[in-house]
Design a protein around this ligand. Structure first.
Ligand SMILES: [Zn+2]
Length: 108
């Protein structure tokens, strides 16, 4: 099974459980059902959109299979940073450690 798809199904199941739990909790709190359903629907619509946007960002950055190199731990070594124009990764200049691109802009 495609791991991406599997993750999606796990996410779907988790959000289903979460929304049912949320409905029960909201019901116990005396929130009318139409409001709790509206909330759950909003979560169902907004969360996948949010996830997809994050995923799209990741896909844009891992073109060369570099993954998460330079993602963290490098943010306090120098005052001037460069932001890769290809994957938005922050690095110390030169070529991007994540995607290898030399296209960059200074970020103060
Ligand atoms: Zn890059």
């Amino acid at each position: 099974m495609n791991p991406q798809l599997k993750k999606y199904y796990i996410f779907l199941g988790a959000s289903l459980v979460f929304s049912i739990g949320l409905q029960i909790v909201l019901g116990m709190l005396g929130v009318p059902w139409y409001i709790s359903i509206g909330l759950v629907m909003a979560i169902f619509i907004l969360l996948p959109m949010y996830m997809r946007r994050r995923q799209a960002g990741n896909f844009g950055g891992s073109g060369s299979g570099g993954g998460f190199f330079g993602n963290n731990g490098m943010n306090n070594s120098a005052s001037v940073k460069y932001v890769c124009l290809v994957c938005q990764n922050k690095h110390n200049g030169g070529s991007c450690p994540r995607c290898g691109s030399k296209m960059q802009r200074a970020d103060f």
